[in-house]
Design a protein around this ligand. Structure first.
Ligand code: GLC
Length: 423
């Protein structure tokens, strides 16, 4: 019997318990809708349970896709009063209701993994034929609407769009955003201890931006011109690059042409521009704050995703591998979202320190593709240490593996099934 039989059963049960019929909520209470990159990672978990259900997770998310190609960060399939800000705050006219921003685009990479690993070849071919044009439209949206000057790097308009909500990489840029003046009631603090969640000063600005997008009629170009917050997020760009490479590979396998020439242009522009995010002193890629026009000198796991995007030179990869090696010495329970030497490191608070398993997976994939097999194995082992100790939490203390945030968390269970517990 597999030594992890109990963990496998528990992970499968977690996905089933969070399944609301075609889509999986991240966790009960805290997050009652379908999130974009959660859906992608969660589909990888469904693959070993039910292939049709894995494809369905993606289909269901695409119900929220906008006519311009954007795949929103949340699709509000069913109403819930457990979460703030809900659909009425975002003010988007779409059925089903959605938010007005996106999230790191893991979906294309997930589609490729589902397609290449599926046992039901006919189902995979049928589902991919439907999803491929949607994925291409999504990636072209990023290049067109979020890089209007064709710099090669796309801009994130909101910390939530980067998926790393309160990363210290946004601190300086977010401080420039006005605080919202209307009153509102957060719901997250009713579910999770406030020591593990973003601060009020951050939420006041998160909500200001939600209102701002509505006031700008969700027009990407107007927002690009007028927004007080615009970030070339290193992690998001690297994930986009990997996704575009995967889409191009899929299109070749299927003989699909539509939009692929433009996709290649976007991909090639990024391959050149990404070098501008390298910060030699930190041995890492970092974000660029587009409003202040400067690099943000904070080392995060987002920077390490350059390996996953295939965007580091061999020399840079070598320096990053050395950094990751010593980082793991400090964090036996996985690479912390923020490097422990950063003054703003906080082991409990969300994206300011805790370990997130899906990010560690991407870094391991990146290390492996650059030939750092042993180091990739150590990242994997550190993640395995966590779930063996604590089970499937939203995020973890990188020092002792304590589980924080929401319990019975879908993407944690899913990536464990896909990566840590596979035969
Ligand atoms: C939080 C995370 C984000 C995730 C969402 C749902 O907002 O920061 O990355 O997608 O929760 O799990």
């Amino acid at each position: 019997m597999n030594q992890h039989a109990d963990l496998i059963a528990k992970a499968k049960q977690t996905l089933r318990d969070n399944d609301l019929g075609g889509y999986t909520i991240p966790t009960k209470g805290l997050y009652p809708f379908q999130w974009n990159w959660d859906a992608g990672i969660t589909a990888l978990g469904w693959l070993s349970i039910d292939e049709a259900r894995a494809w369905e997770e993606m289909d269901k998310l695409f119900e929220g896709q906008w006519d311009n190609g954007m795949v929103p960060h949340i699709v509000f399939h069913e109403p819930s009063d457990q979460y703030f800000p809900g659909p009425e705050q975002w003010g988007v006219n779409h059925t089903p209701p959605t938010t007005s921003i996106s999230q790191p685009p893991v979906l294309a990479t997930v589609a490729r993994l589902l397609f290449e690993r599926a046992k039901d070849r006919q189902l995979a071919a049928d589902r991919l034929a439907v999803q491929l044009p949607k994925l291409v439209a999504y990636h072209l949206w990023w290049y067109r609407e979020r890089d209007p000057q064709q710099s090669g790097l796309v801009a994130s308009y909101h910390p939530w769009e980067s998926g790393m909500d309160n990363s210290p990489a946004w601190d300086e840029a977010l401080a420039r955003v006005p605080e919202v003046t209307r009153s509102y009631q957060r719901r997250d603090l009713g579910h999770v201890d406030s020591s593990q969640r973003p601060l009020k000063k951050e939420y006041d600005r998160f909500i200001y931006l939600v209102d701002f997008f509505r006031e700008q009629d969700f027009d990407s170009l107007k927002i690009y011109a007028n927004s007080p917050y615009k970030m070339q997020d290193v992690g998001l760009n690297a994930i986009l690059q990997r996704g575009s490479d995967d889409l191009i590979a899929l299109a070749e396998q299927l003989g699909y042409d539509d939009g692929i020439a433009e996709l290649k242009q976007g991909r090639d522009r990024m391959a050149k521009a990404f070098a501008g995010l390298w910060l030699g002193d930190k041995h890492s890629f970092v974000c660029r704050d587009l409003v202040a026009d400067k690099l943000v000198p904070v080392t995060t796991t987002g920077g390490m995703l350059a390996l996953y995007g295939g965007l580091a030179s061999d020399q840079q990869a070598q320096e990053m591998a050395t950094l990751i090696d010593s980082w793991l010495e400090r964090c036996p329970y996985g690479l912390s979202s923020t490097h422990p030497d950063e003054p703003c490191f906080d082991a409990k608070r969300y994206w300011r320190g805790p370990t997130w398993l899906h990010i560690n997976w991407m870094i391991a994939v990146g290390l492996q593709s650059y030939g750092y097999t042993e180091l990739a194995g150590r990242v994997r082992q550190a993640s395995l240490n966590i779930i063996e100790k604590t089970g499937y939490w939203e995020y973890y203390d990188p020092n002792d593996g304590s589980g924080y945030g929401g319990p019975n968390f879908s993407w944690t269970a899913a990536i464990s099934l896909f990566w840590l517990l596979e035969d």
